[in-house]
Design a binder for this molecule. Structure first.
Ligand code: 0A1
Ligand code: ZN
Length: 871
């Protein structure tokens, strides 16, 4: 059997559903192998649909037990039912009730879509199209219904029963069983349906909304781990409060529940009133979670909560509009985290992750517009482009119209679209309405794939005290006429020898922003009394690649003098990136001097920021800056040498910082941003010391490991040791594994650290670790930690010249494809940049892709990725 390219679903072919469902009544009897779903759907013809059309309900792997229409069994010739759909050939043309009983096996559900069991806990995942694995349905987001769900289960097996909305009744159902009835008064699409049943512990608290509604908020976790849920619960409360102040959005039910499960394909899911989470993004204690984990928990709790408005109250008309909820909600969670932490530090981490994940995607065969026009498998479009570039578009919109108009536009969007399934056009219309502006040119950001290039040239005339900046924009692969320009907000300023030139004036710059809306343009600054260094794209005001030639000295002026913290950091990154791509000892020493002055001046005033300035661009970022012939070994070596040189040059300063930042004896761990910042600078210092002097580094890291009182320091020390071959490393790894033998989420860190070692022995190590008792291919977190880290976080070993790294990842994709296609397909996206590798590696990667393509019966998920990657 040959795998065919899966058929495409196209945006231009959208049409409204022929039928609507107003109410859904579910009676679900949980059973490990034979769960019965008794569903009554209140249906009616859609006035906007085709009158008299057959009714086709989606299904996936379903077994129909019985079907009734308005109380009478359906005649055998009036419908067709298969595992993948149910069709009523001539449905009534007035409202009718369709009652369907289906049966599913949650224990056998390894795809983790629909109803499944994770560690014995019943849970669901319905986005994007999992509800059709529970019952036959119009499983599309523009069909919104009011749900009432009765859940019945064995009392010992599932003492906790949770659903969407508010609890209306609960009680006994025979000797060993019990039930709960949940009612959700808000109409919602099926992808937001959820239920949970299991043995769970909880922490809970109350919140009163600005509208005076008393809400019980709870976080449910594996019994015994309740204390590790406190931070997540606190993040829920802070999110609720923040959305009221920042966006005027209040919560709308009497309960808000979060449940952590250990087997989950993604990060978390915003089901109405019942968010279900990958436990990695809920559970935290100082002993088991790093500062990074705490920050991720805070951000993802916020993200899912914010979806209650941006996604649930206002949902998407179709899956092409995914960025409407995801880009907007990422923007909202980024703003939340910025308010909770340091805004510049957070902005830098947002941009780092955009560049690490979205830029390469946008430059490779998997590139797509933020609003795609066609897809074969929607689950492959939960991408960095939809999420992160989608968020950047919302951010640019705010920059263009200003914060007040932005807030007014958001209010208008929510008011106009509440209870509706909306589109990107509806979103932009709200901002056009409140500003009176034509946003049609701006809307091109949603349609045009690829990262734009912004080229800038400067001319300075000292006699006239005039500085001219010439801008040109282009999109890779597009030329002149057929490529109408994008609207690019360029935040900028001029920087002199001792600081920003605030007297310079330019009529085209308003509130520090120049809006480039043509292919080419020139702007002129007057009263520029000395030759300036332009600081361009401040705060990363647009997701573009900037081409602007500066000398190292000019960049170091920006690092020292610019008022924009983002561009100060960027200046140091630019110098470092050039030194990685084009090593030069003399320039590296000058860079070290500049970093030294920076550290002396302000490292202790803002340690989190200083840690970012000290962190060199990643190997991936260096690779992404090259358009062809990427040799990961050469990049690794150059980056390694630069780190070593900086470590030696800055040694005494780094040691002083290390001492100054040491926690006081007996000080309790706190995950707050300031404390985390001190730890991150201290650990960045350790990393550089070790790079410059592996022997001293080994000793210091072993010491830090021995004395660590929290996971952040412990893991940083282990990470430092992991880069230095030798017995100390092996002892440290063994000690860590023993200490955390019963902590799967901590062992994931241990798997990941080893999968990241940039040495040829790593593949053998990974093969050994696959046999470790804690490793299992059925848990997505384990697979991502061990194999995903190799594929996405270890460029030299994944792209090993002999092809062994590609082969190991391809074997995993092949093995996973039949049990969990979503995770398999996502892993396969690691091959996305294969064509940019130097020839022999690219050839090896191509062979692997073709091998996967030839697998008989490949899932649609994997077939789609492989077809597009080979493209
Ligand atoms: N809407 C979720 C992401 C998500 C998408 C698909 C899933 O299926 C496995 C799960 C979660 C979010 O943005 O957080
Ligand atoms: Zn989301």
């Amino acid at each position: 059997m040959r795998t065919e390219t899966p058929p495409l679903i196209r945006l231009e072919e959208y049409r409204p559903s022929d039928y609507l469902i107003d109410r859904v009544d579910l009676d679900i009897r949980l059973d490990p192998h034979a769960t019965r779903i008794d569903a009554t759907l209140a249906l009616r013809p859609n006035p906007a649909g085709r009158a008299g059309a057959p009714l086709h309900l989606d299904g996936d792997d379903l077994r129909l037990v019985s079907a009734d229409l308005d109380g009478a069994a359906l005649a055998a010739d009036s419908y067709t039912a298969t595992p993948s759909g149910l069709t009523l050939h001539a449905p009534p043309q007035q409202p009718f009730a369709l009652r369907l009983v289906t049966e599913v096996d949650p224990t056998a559900n390894t795809k983790l879509m629909g109803l499944y069991r994770s560690n014995g806990v019943y849970c669901t995942q319905c986005e994007a199209d999992g509800f059709r694995r529970i019952t036959y349905f119009l499983d599309r987001p523009d069909v919104m219904a009011i749900y009432t769900t009765r859940i019945e289960a064995d009392r010992t097996e599932a003492p906790v029963l949770l659903g969407n909305g508010n609890l209306v009744e609960s009680g006994h159902a025979g000797a060993d069983r019990h039930f709960a009835i949940w009612h959700d008064p808000h109409p919602k699409p099926a992808y937001l349906f959820a239920l949970v049943g299991g043995r769970l512990g909880k922490v809970e608290t109350n919140f009163t909304t600005q509208e005076g509604r008393a809400v019980t908020c709870a976080v449910y976790v594996e019994p015994g781990k309740e204390a590790r849920a406190d931070y997540a619960l606190d993040a829920v409360i802070r999110s609720m409060r923040w959305d009221e102040t920042a966006f005027g959005r209040a919560y709308d039910l009497d309960v808000f529940n979060v449940v952590a499960v250990s087997d989950f394909n993604m990060g978390a899911m915003e089901n109405k009133g019942l968010n279900i989470f990958n436990d990695k993004y809920v559970l935290a204690s100082p002993e088991t979670a790093t500062d990074g984990d705490y920050a991720a928990i805070e951000a993802i709790i916020a993200h899912e909560y914010f979806h209650n408005w941006s996604g649930n109250r206002v949902t998407c008309r179709d899956w092409f509009q995914l960025c409407l909820k995801e880009g907007l909600t990422v923007f909202r969670d980024q703003e939340f985290s910025s308010d909770m932490r340091s805004r510049p530090v957070h902005r830098i981490s947002e941009v780092r992750s955009l560049r690490a994940r979205q830029f390469p995607e946008d430059a490779g065969p998997l590139r797509h517009p933020v609003r795609p026009r066609a897809y074969a498998e929607i689950n492959n479009f939960y991408t960095a482009t939809v999420y992160d570039k989608g968020a950047e578009i919302v951010r640019m919109l705010r920059t263009l119209i200003g914060p007040e108009a932005f807030r007014a536009g958001m209010d208008r969007y929510f008011a106009d679209n509440d209870g509706r399934a909306a589109t990107v056009e509806d979103f932009l219309a709200a901002f056009a309405a409140v500003t009176g502006r034509d946003l049609s040119a701006f809307a091109r950001w949603y349609e045009r794939p690829g990262t734009p290039r912004l080229s800038v040239a400067m001319a300075y005339d000292p006699q006239a005290a005039r500085c001219t900046l010439r801008f040109a924009q282009s999109l890779p692969g597009e030329t002149g006429q057929d490529a109408p320009p994008l609207v690019i907000p360029v935040a900028l300023g001029l920087v002199g020898a001792s600081g920003p030139l605030t007297n310079a004036t330019c009529p085209d710059v308003r509130n520090g922003v120049y809006v480039l809306d043509r292919a080419e343009a020139e702007i002129v600054f007057e009263q520029v009394t000395e030759e300036p260094v332009p600081s361009l794209l401040r705060d990363f005001s647009a997701p573009v690649r900037l081409d602007f030639d500066l000398t190292d000295a000019q960049r170091m002026r920006l690092l020292a003098q610019d008022s924009d913290p983002f561009n100060r950091w960027q200046a140091a990154q630019d110098v470092a990136l050039r030194l990685i791509l084009d090593p030069d000892p003399a320039r590296a020493d000058a860079f070290a001097d500049a970093l030294g002055r920076f550290l002396d001046g302000e490292a202790l005033a803002d340690p989190a920021y200083a840690a970012l300035v000290l962190t060199l661009p990643s190997e991936g970022e260096a690779a992404d800056s090259l358009s062809a012939d990427v040799d990961p070994d050469a990049i690794h070596r150059a980056r390694f040498d630069l780190r070593a040189r900086l470590g030696r040059a800055l040694r005494s300063r780094l040691e002083r910082l290390d001492a100054a930042l040491a926690p006081a004896d007996g000080a309790a761990y706190s995950p707050d941003a300031a404390s985390a910042g001190r730890r991150s600078l201290r650990n960045a210092a350790l990393d550089l010391i070790a790079a410059g002097d592996p022997e001293a580094g080994t000793q210091r890291a072993a010491e830090r490991l021995a004395n660590a009182t929290n996971m952040t320091d412990r893991l940083a020390a282990l990470g430092t040791l992991a880069l230095i071959p030798g017995q100390a490393r092996e002892d440290a790894l063994a000690g860590f594994a023993e200490r955390f033998a019963d902590e799967p989420l901590v062992l994931d860190k241990w798997f990941a650290i080893q999968a990241q070692i940039p040495e040829p022995g790593t593949l053998e190590r990974i093969t050994r670790l696959k046999a470790h008792p804690a490793f299992t291919m059925t848990n997505p977190n384990r697979v991502r930690a061990l194999i995903g880290t190799l594929a996405f976080g270890n460029p030299t070993q994944f792209a090993r010249a002999d092809g062994a790294g590609f082969s190991l990842v391809a074997d995993t994709v092949a093995a996973l494809d039949s049990t969990n296609p979503q995770v398999a397909a996502r892993l396969l996206t690691a091959f996305g940049s294969w064509r940019r590798l130097e020839k022999s590696r690219a050839a090896k990667a191509g062979e692997m892709l073709n091998r996967i393509k030839a697998i008989p019966g490949l899932s649609r998920d994997t077939a789609d990725i492989v077809a597009r990657t080979l493209g």
